[in-house]
Design a protein around this ligand. Sequence first.
Ligand SMILES: *[C@@H]1O[C@H](CO)[C@@H](O)[C@H](O)[C@H]1NC(C)=O
Length: 441
Amino acid sequence: MASSSILYTLALLNCILQVHGRSCPVVECWFVHDKPGRGGGFPAGMNQDKCLMYVRTSPDSGRAESQQKPPADIDPTRIYHVIDPSASLCSLSFLSPEGSVKKPQCELNPFLPRPSIVKWAAPLTSSAQSPTYLQADWLSASLQGLDGQLALSNVMRAAKATNEPSVILSVFSTSTLVRSRLGVPVVLDCGFWMDSSSPISEQGFSVEWRYQFRGAGKLVVAYDAKSDRLAETSEEGAELDISALHQTRNASLLLEEAQVRHTGTYICTVYVPYLLAQVAIDLEIEEPPSLSISPSPVPISFPGQTLTVQCEASGFTPLSLELLWEFVGADGTVQLLGEGGVSGHRQASDGTFSQSSRLRLDLGKLDLGRGGEVTCVAVHPGGNRRTSTTLNIIGVSGPSIEDSMAMVAVALGLYGLIRLCSWMFSTSGSIDSDSKEKKDK
Ligand SMILES: *[C@@H]1O[C@H](CO)[C@@H](O)[C@H](O)[C@H]1NC(C)=O
């Protein structure tokens, strides 16, 4: 009995150690800050210093890493011992793979806490806030994992000149590039964590999604959790799951139905009093074209004839399309016939594009045997598409069964015609002889 309870305690301790003393990757980062200008005034540009973040999830877990000698090329004042109870900095996507040129990105900046002025976040700082808490060294970190798997932005607070910041607010997204077909629901992932022991966290939070595309921007949705109020926006079909937001801090944006106009960058910003952090997510709407080919089938053709076949691609986005032609002979051999004459593009009211290609087939110059399949191939980022039409060429040496049948048909037709003519001649002859007979009478 006693031993089992000891075992249980040990297991529990082990579990606690694993959660709290979790070892995290050492994050390599750039500390980016204004270069002090001469004589005060405007900054004289930006400085970048290499820095390191040793991360642990609790202040109780030992600073084992501090026994290691820090790399010589890093200024000791740029080595940070970060406490991140959310463990979001511990993701393996922020670890530089051994010997790889590609590295996760990390930037550290000085952060200035200040009240927010946007309508949906201003109420957060309406009551007087203990300013002593704000008197500290504030930093913000922005990280981007390899292959855009994870983006994270946080705000950290360190007692002055300690280089031991703690994460207070962290905003993250598991996918910074989302590709979607048209007409389907889209989820843009965003979640956050805030330190519940911080005096700031009692004041509530706000979430905002903004949209940006080619320099223009607009508000998509904004929610003030303190007063449980959504801001008025003109955007339709874009929602937050408010209960998930409160329960699991899931701030994902739900778009009911992907449309061409949704292509762009979405910025998820979380506000807590005096602080904010944000991540950006790119949404690309990709819809491959629908193809139609005409004429289909191609009328029976003869050697020496020139034909035109047209392929119409419609309903696609983005405008990045290549149309190609292929011919597959009866024996399976493939001939590439080039691009044909590609038309300019048109844009439909839903924002999708259409474009066509005309292919001239000079059967006098091309050797297409007795025919086969003429295929239009569309190469598009949303996927490749192909469609075919059948081409029959008759009268090529060495008649095929179809040719023979056609010839028999023609022969039968001719035979019928000859019979008809001879019948007509013979009857007209008999009329003549009739009239002769009448005259004779
Ligand atoms: C957040 O909510 C969205 C939509 O409801 C869901 O797809 C996503 O998996 C959620 N994220 C997390 C981390 O639970």
